[in-house]
Design a protein around this ligand. Structure first.
Ligand code: NCD
Length: 333
């Protein structure tokens, strides 16, 4: 695929309409704090008193959402589908491996056909960084794009469900010391988390990992770099673990999984260095015994499954905010 390079407009501006409201959700980078907090507040409104995001709201009735997944996904695809259904949208899941893309149809031709079926929103996951932006630049004016993960670039709804989890389990983001641990170099989740945490005023951000997975240039994102995990998680309130994304590594950047676990795995002993009431997060899929011990993943400080539930609320929030904004535009025209 060509022409996926970021266009000239700043990334934040490319997702906002002329009134500064969210039209596409492509990245957390550069988005104003009030947009991020409105996503969190709207999501909180979809969560019931049992802390399970199950409220139904017909805010997308009559709308069609197409899930366009060019790359594997379990949690993200399923929660987007469920979220759209909870909002009463019609939902299409396009399986790219069995679609015409496999017969050589270009991305834009596939897109134009979906537009002709009068879809209102595309949820896009793609292995190429920039794919969601590329699509956003080529869709008809009434259609919105939500980025469900592009290459190693961004995964904004994952970052927002992580922010919601921190807020609900620990309190305001600006009171938290957060460590992101592991394969940050290949992680679209980490990039989106870092931008969101910074915008929401995180108290302290530490980036923890080996040199091959955590180049010094990542310090430019803000946050301190730690090669020593014990030092990196000492006294933190939130430990965010990441999977080794071997499918995105160009060569062997690592020793064995066992050695990786010895240096950067979250074992019970290591977790004891964080604050006693620290929470353990992971976007999934988890690799037990590689980046996280089973007993920690299943332990009392783990909120990993709660993140999945909150993901439903956050995806409902993003979709309903975008549709609400586009209806306002229609009404004022
Ligand atoms: C992540 C992803 O696909 O970027 N998973 C997810 O969306 N829940 C993280 C990963 O693949 O490790």
């Amino acid at each position: 695929m060509t022409a996926m390079h970021p266009a000239s407009l700043p990334i934040a501006a490319r997702q906002l309409d002329s009134a500064g409201r969210l039209r596409h959700f492509l990245s957390t980078e550069g988005l104003p704090k009030d947009i991020l907090t409105s996503i969190l507040d709207t999501a909180a409104g979809f969560i019931d008193e049992n802390d399970v995001a199950i409220k139904k709201a017909p805010l997308l009735r009559g709308k069609t959402v197409a899930n366009l997944f060019f790359e594997n996904s379990t949690r993200t695809l399923t929660t987007f589908e469920l979220a759209a259904k909870r909002l009463s949208a019609d939902v299409l899941n396009i399986n790219i491996r069995t679609s015409s893309t496999a017969k050589g149809e270009s991305l834009l031709d596939t897109l134009h056909n979906l537009q002709a079926m009068l879809c209102d929103m595309f949820v896009v996951r793609h292995a190429e960084s920039g794919a969601a932006h590329f699509i956003a630049e080529h869709v008809a004016p009434g259609i919105s794009i939500i980025n469900a993960g592009d290459g190693r670039h961004a995964h904004p709804t994952q970052a927002m469900l992580d922010m919601l989890t921190i807020q609900r389990k620990k309190g305001p983001i600006d009171q938290q010391r957060v460590a992101i641990v592991g394969d940050i170099a290949h992680s679209r989740v980490a990039r989106s988390q870092i931008h969101a945490l910074k915008t929401l005023g995180v108290k302290e951000l530490r980036l923890v990992g080996p040199k091959t997975l955590l180049p010094d240039s990542l310090a430019d994102f803000g946050g301190t770099i730690h090669r020593d995990m014990n030092e990196g998680i000492d006294g933190v309130d939130v430990v965010m673990m990441l999977r080794l994304q071997r499918e995105r590594m160009a060569g062997a950047l690592l020793p064995s999984s066992a050695e990786y676990f010895a240096h950067y795995g979250l074992s019970p002993t290591r977790l004891a260095l964080a604050n006693p009431d620290a929470i353990v997060m992971h976007p999934g899929p988890i690799n037990r015994g590689v980046e996280i011990a089973s007993s920690v993943a299943d332990g009392s400080q783990s909120v990993i499954l709660q993140q999945v539930t909150y993901g439903l609320a956050v995806r409902m929030a993003v979709m309903s905010i975008i549709v609400g904004n586009s209806q306002n535009v229609e009404n004022t025209q």
